[in-house]
Design a protein around this ligand. Structure first.
Ligand code: NAD
Length: 271
């Protein structure tokens, strides 16, 4: 009989989560640690990341931090090597780090556009590349595994004043599918999937709403919040809604799920 109680556990696995100092990434680190994994918390922000590691350890989890800018390839090589050295392997890589910028297309500076693509797309590409090198047969970990890429509903639908963000998250969606096919066809034992949350209450989620006021597209924060909340049939999401989805994709319960786009938005994109 298939053992469902074990299928959702990830005991003994090693997970690397980028952008895990706060917000969704920090919650993903908690979820994976609680489900049994050793977690390498990585971020460009050190103080908050170290506090998160301390919280995970206090709760009985195994956690370490390494400073890691996802746009720098040498940082990726060092991060995956650190996971193997500290915990003896690498099974799960969550490409979570991301940034946004808000501007009407006619006002969007090319430097801002490029920066968002650099972090959100090139950062994910490098994460997928180094995860495959490490987790595929012959790599330093070599046992296959699961890669989860953080896209957004913004990778499926558009909104005003976020052209760089939408472009980047659409890129993550298809980067994921290309990697999923390649990994399966080469027999790597690695699955690659993307997650597509609606608005979640984090620094980024709050700023997304505030930008509509800053740009004069909404009269005040209350009306901007009400308008954007109104698009979500079940209201805004929480970080644990997203972390639960990552845990599913990281675990053996999703062993036949590859190249999928898991939408977590309370019905926003169902309409
Ligand atoms: N909050 C939302 O409403 C929402 C919705 C859909 C998707 N997302 C996506 O979820 C992910 C996490 O978002 P969040 O809301 O927690 O954002 P956040 O801004 O609260 O946290 C993002 C983290 O990424 C880190 N980061 C930024 N640039 C980095 C870099 N170059 N290298 C390493 N780390 C870097 C930041 O320091 C920060 O700790 C992002 O990819 C975001 O696009 C968020």
């Amino acid at each position: 009989m298939y053992d469902y109680s074990k299928a959702f556990r990830i005991d003994g696995k090693v997970a690397l989560i980028s952008g895990a100092a706060r917000g969704i990434g920090a919650e993903i680190a908690s979820a994976l640690a609680q489900a049994g994994a050793s977690v390498l918390v990585t971020d460009v922000v050190e103080g908050l990341a170290k506090e998160q590691v301390a919280r995970l350890r206090k709760a009985g989890g195994k956690a370490e931090f390494i400073r890691h800018d996802v746009t720098i390839e040498a940082d990726w090589a060092a991060a995956v090597a650190a996971a193997v050295q500290l915990f003896g392997g690498l099974d799960i890589v969550v490409n979570n780090a991301g940034i946004e910028t808000a501007a009407l297309i006619s006002q969007c500076e090319v430097e801002d556009f490029r920066r968002v693509l650099d972090v959100n797309v090139t950062g994910v590409f490098l994460g997928v590349k180094h995860a495959i090198r490490t987790m595929a047969p012959g790599g330093a970990a070599g046992k296959g595994g699961s890669i989860v890429n953080m896209s957004s509903v913004a990778g499926i639908i558009g909104t005003t004043a976020h052209v760089a963000y939408h472009t980047s998250k659409g890129g993550v969606r298809l980067l994921t599918k290309a990697a999923a096919i390649e990994c399966a066809q080469l027999g790597t034992g690695i699955r690659v999937n993307s997650i597509h949350p609606g608005i979640v209450g984090t620094d980024m989620g709050d700023n997304f709403i505030k930008h509509f006021v800053d740009l004069g597209l909404a009269p005040d924060l209350d009306s901007a919040t009400a308008a954007i909340k109104g698009l979500h049939p079940m209201g805004f999401g929480k970080t644990d809604d997203v972390a639960s989805a990552v845990l599913y994709l990281a675990s053996n319960a999703s062993k036949w799920v590859n190249g999928s786009e898991l939408v977590i938005d309370g019905g926003l994109t169902a309409a």
